[in-house]
Design a protein around this ligand. Structure first.
Ligand SMILES: [Zn+2]
Length: 114
């Protein structure tokens, strides 16, 4: 059973998450891409990447955004849109690398195909 303190802490975290997700969701607690609004599957996305480094610093602490006066460069996304964004970014990187491929890469590719 939850103690009163644990329950209050949980409510505080939920409230904080709602405030932060609503701010970065442009006034609504929704994904800015598709409009999905189940808070359990919403999170803050670093618009220009670098999410992993930031996550290590913040450790899913939504109050960090409030304490730091809602810094720019973030948006609210649902898990689906985050995964799609990640895949799109990887595909873009792959295309860039593919355009820069060397003769050795082509030989490996030919070995792989044949
Ligand atoms: Zn979405």
């Amino acid at each position: 059973m939850l103690t009163k303190e644990k329950l209050e802490l949980r409510q505080y975290r939920y409230k904080t998450k709602c405030i932060v997700l609503s701010y970065y969701g442009r006034g609504c607690c929704k994904c800015v891409k598709c409009g999905f609004d189940d808070i359990r599957a919403l999170s803050i996305d670093h618009i220009n990447g670098g999410g992993c480094q930031h996550r290590l610093k913040v450790k899913s602490n939504y109050s960090w955004f409030i304490v730091n006066h809602f810094p720019k460069g973030y948006q609210t996304l649902c898990m689906n849109c985050q995964i799609i964004k990640k895949i799109d970014n990887k595909e873009n990187k792959y295309e860039l690398n593919f355009n820069k491929r060397t003769n050795s890469d082509d030989r490996q590719l030919n070995l792989f195909i044949s």
